[in-house]
Design a binder for this molecule. Structure first.
Ligand code: NI
Length: 184
């Protein structure tokens, strides 16, 4: 115990406060953040690969019974990540902003959901480049900044990163799983 005690007080006060905050709020470590930002950056190329060569008919096939079509999944990722990108920026720029939520199922059926997927793939390319570069430039103490989610309450930037780093991969898997099951 004694050695832990000395270790704790051998750390600079500011670092000690940050470590405590990481433990209390379940903050991510710098290494975890770097890995999750890289995961976020890998979303557009992985999605492109997943939809590569799909016909219009295949794109309009639901990934599961009653689920979104592959086309809707791609457009949903553009919608969701555009919102997410702005949520990060608001939270960095403003003090505890309230998040604007949206009904993703309504958005997925708006008239532009029938558009070819290229416009959303291109949007995601630029968006993710800007987004992941922005995140990799943020100072460590920024990640504990918070926003108010009307349904989930207070969320930190780390919480957002946790949510969105796997979001793209989860939807991409819906498409690759469908292709596998259909033998496409
Ligand atoms: Ni989603």
């Amino acid at each position: 115990m004694k050695s832990h005690y000395y270790f704790w007080f051998s750390i600079a006060p500011l670092k000690r406060a940050n470590l405590l905050l990481e433990i209390v709020r379940k903050m991510l470590t710098k290494e975890q953040r770097t890995a999750k930002i890289a995961q976020l950056a890998s979303c557009p190329p992985a999605l492109r690969k997943a939809v590569s060569g799909l016909s219009d008919e295949q794109l309009d096939t639901p990934y599961r019974e009653g689920g979104w079509t592959c086309r809707q999944v791609v457009h949903h990722l553009a919608d969701s990540h555009a919102n997410a990108y702005l949520r990060f920026r608001w939270t960095v720029a403003e003090d505890h902003p309230t998040i604007k939520t949206y009904d993703q199922d309504v958005w997925a059926k708006l008239p532009d959901s029938a558009l070819p997927i290229d416009c959303s793939l291109t949007l995601l390319d630029g968006l993710h480049e800007r987004w992941s570069t922005f995140l990799s430039m943020l100072p460590d103490d920024t990640w504990s900044r918070t926003a108010e989610h009307p349904e989930h309450g207070e969320l930190t930037l780390d919480d957002f990163l946790e949510i969105y780093s796997s979001h793209g991969a989860n939807h991409t898997r819906q498409i690759t799983d469908l292709r596998e099951s259909k033998g496409w």
